[in-house]
Design a protein around this ligand. Structure first.
Ligand SMILES: [Ca+2]
Length: 188
């Protein structure tokens, strides 16, 4: 029996595939703004969709020059794959930042069937001070995990320079993937 259980676990582990379900990951598609993103509040004039870039010629960026306001990029709500609900997903991205008097944040929020934000579904990844790679303008890779609440239907991602209203500085994100390791298919 022990032998059979071991064999089964090997087959399952070998079959798990991390799939990216986020579109426009490299931020290269769009018109006046990158496809799938808006600047719904704050100071849109401080948002950037240009270089520096880790891939191609665009990243999602903010140059916050004002200590009394902020800027943000907010994604559309994206319907979660059924198999991601209640599971852990990975947010993988490249970041370049130099923030003072506060921090910028990459925020992940989950929403219920009516589109309302869920109380237990907010995670903020802070970027404070000068990030590793800033001096050489090299984007650094980050991977963070988030738990998807059981009743979540959709999620969105926001890049915000409002980690404390006084925060100023620059922040850029590129190659953003949302990976779900829950498409289990036993092939053995
Ligand atoms: Ca890019």
């Amino acid at each position: 029996m022990k032998h059979r259980m071991f064999l089964l676990s090997v087959l399952v582990a070998g079959a798990v595939q991390a799939e990216n379900f986020w579109s426009n990951s490299d931020f290269e598609q769009g018109g006046e703004v990158p496809s799938g993103y808006t600047t719904p509040s704050g100071e849109p004039s401080m948002t950037r969709w240009d270089e520096p870039a880790a891939s191609g010629s665009h990243s999602l960026g903010i140059v916050d020059t004002k200590s009394d306001t902020f800027a943000n990029w907010v994604s559309d709500r994206v319907v979660l794959p059924q198999s991601a609900i209640g599971k852990t997903i990975q947010i993988k991205y490249k970041k370049l930042f130099n923030m003072a008097d506060g921090y910028a944040r990459l925020s992940v929020t989950f929403h219920d069937f009516s589109g309302k934000g869920m109380k237990d579904g907010g995670t903020h990844f802070k970027m404070e001070g000068a990030g590793e790679g800033w001096d050489s303008k090299k984007f650094m890779e980050a991977t963070q995990t988030v738990n998807v609440p059981p009743h979540a239907v959709s999620m969105r991602i926001a890049l915000v320079s409002a980690g404390g209203m006084k925060a100023t500085g620059e922040v850029y994100i590129d190659d953003l993937e949302v990976l779900c390791e829950c498409f289990v298919e036993i092939v053995g």
